[in-house]
Design a protein. Structure first.
Length: 516
């Protein structure tokens, strides 16, 4: 309490004292429109930074500073947070650890190990990231599927024994000790799909913090998207954690319009005191493996077995045909990359089937049996995207990775999500206000995940900041040219160090591994 009081007195003294008497800042930002991340309108203020913290705000022009940033009436906001990112592996390596594609879209913090994946040993992962020196901050989750794999091995089409469940719980407890912010699951994928809700609740309770889930069904494949979102609500309520519906969507024409029901159900849960949230990437196309999207049991082995039996083959192909239809048809499914898709990147399933003179479902099976492929599928409604985006409990995310330019087609969300939310849905369409969009990528995720002193611009907060021109912000990555970097984020500061200066990268890697 005394420490906080003295900090407040110090900040007030800085504001009140003449500029010449103020101690020097490491960085001083002047002439800024400050959006503090709370959702409030911008205010005119200068920002003084010393070390890794904001130490003063107000009228500071003329104060001595090692580096002066003239915002020139541009917006200054907290650095953006991507709460569903697959980039932690790349950030631990050498080639992409500077995180240029993330910095270029204003991202200064990611949450890694989503969809139930990532290492079980978070302490080792944190050491690897720290040694690499990432360009952005990284928070880690413990993955349900990874824990299940570690304990149950390959025999996972069953419930864990009591002993196995205890071992799984112990691994999650250790991850919590090592700084995990919660549990992630991928119940659409193997082995997560074999787990009953009670198992997930037990592990989410051990993890504490948040439970974030790629739900069992985002469409009408199996249990349906409504029941799948209800499962997240149940886990959050019974485990006593904050539940997050990962990359919330209504996938495929059969599901379009269901977003209003999903929103109503989440609102009802929140009204009775359940912490439920969602994250969302701002695109109408999703990305996953061709196996997961079209194959029963998500595997080549089941396809090979079915193809060897005429009766089983017809039933199997019928399921694949229906799954392709649910995703919007063969024309909506585009091959990205993969061992079974050499030379097919950028082609849709309809084109491939026509060239091979087979049905689209047979083409899908052939690709899977040849080694598989990742896909991009255009299967979402803009009305649903807008409905979900407007909710006060929806956070921004990308579901993207860090990838070096090369063969194959990646989803442009990797390089464009932070910018696209602003350029398309704020500036061009007016779907949400700038204040709303910034809040969903800053203070909201900081509060949900418990990132202390981050996500806001205020005295005492960490200096993760971006300076951008609203009219110039643009996601340049497209489905045809997905590696293009975003534009408009001229200055990016990570933990008080300048990582991007007037559009140029400085090479600074000031990110840290955050711990709960």
């Amino acid at each position: 309490m005394i420490k906080r009081l003295w900090s407040a007195v110090f900040a007030l003294a800085l504001l009140a004292a003449p500029a010449a008497q103020q101690p020097p800042f490491d960085i001083l930002i002047v002439n800024a429109r400050v959006l503090d991340g709370s959702g409030n309108p911008w205010i005119r203020a200068d920002i003084g930074i010393r070390g890794d913290r904001i130490v003063a705000m107000g009228k500071l022009a003329g104060a001595p500073a090692a580096a002066l940033i003239d915002a020139k009436d541009r917006y200054v906001t907290p650095g953006f947070m991507d709460v569903h990112s697959h980039a932690s592996g790349a950030l631990a390596g050498m080639q992409l650890r500077e995180a240029r594609p993330l910095l270029a879209q204003g991202v200064t913090t990611i949450v890694g190990n989503p969809d139930g994946g990532g290492p079980v040993d978070l302490a080792a992962q944190a050491r690897q990231l720290t040694t690499a020196g990432p360009g952005v901050n990284v928070a880690l989750l413990i993955g349900h599927a990874s824990v299940r794999n570690a304990v149950m091995g390959q025999s996972q089409r069953r419930d864990p024994t009591p002993n196995e469940l205890q071992k799984m719980r112990a691994l999650v407890r250790q991850a919590r000790v090592d700084g995990a912010f919660g549990l992630s699951s991928g119940l659409f994928y193997q082995p997560g799909r074999f787990a009953k809700t009670e198992e997930v609740i037990a592990l989410a309770r051990e993890a504490g913090g948040v439970y974030t889930s790629h739900i069992r069904d985002e469409s009408t494949y199996d249990v349906g998207v409504i029941a799948s979102v209800d499962e997240v609500i149940r886990v959050a309520e019974e485990a006593g954690v904050a539940g997050i519906v990962s990359h919330m969507k209504c996938l495929g024409p059969d599901s379009w319009g269901i977003s209003t029901t999903l929103v109503a159900n989440i609102e009802k849960a929140r009204a009775r005191g359940v912490q439920v949230f969602a994250d969302q990437y701002p695109y109408d196309a999703s990305s996953t493996s061709l196996q997961a999207a079209t194959m029963p049991n998500d595997g080549a082995a089941s396809a090979a077995e079915a193809m060897s039996n005429p009766v089983a083959k017809e039933k199997f192909l019928a399921i694949v045909r229906e799954n392709v239809r649910r995703r919007g048809g063969a024309r909506a499914i585009v091959i990205a990359s993969g061992r079974g898709a050499a030379g097919l990147a950028g082609q849709n399933l309809e084109q491939i089937a026509a060239a091979r003179k087979v049905t689209p479902e047979q083409a899908a099976v052939d690709i899977v049996m040849a080694g598989g492929a990742s896909i991009i599928s255009f299967n979402m409604s803009e009305d649903d995207i807008a409905t979900i985006m407007r909710q006060t409990w929806t956070m921004g995310s990308s579901d993207g990775d860090l990838t070096a330019p090369g063969p194959g087609v990646i989803h442009p969300r990797n390089n464009g999500s932070g910018a696209r939310r602003i350029s398309r849905y704020v500036r061009e369409r007016g779907t949400v206000s700038l204040e709303h969009a910034v809040r969903t990528m800053t203070s909201l995720p900081a509060r949900v995940f418990g990132f202390e002193d981050r996500g806001e611009i205020r005295v005492g907060a960490f200096a993760d900041l971006v300076v951008f021109d609203l009219q110039r912000v643009q996601d340049r990555a497209t489905y045809e040219r997905p590696h293009e970097l975003s534009e408009g984020f001229d200055w990016v500061i990570v933990n008080g160090q300048i990582a991007r200066r007037e559009g140029e990268f400085t090479g600074v890697r000031a990110g840290r591994v955050l711990k709960k």
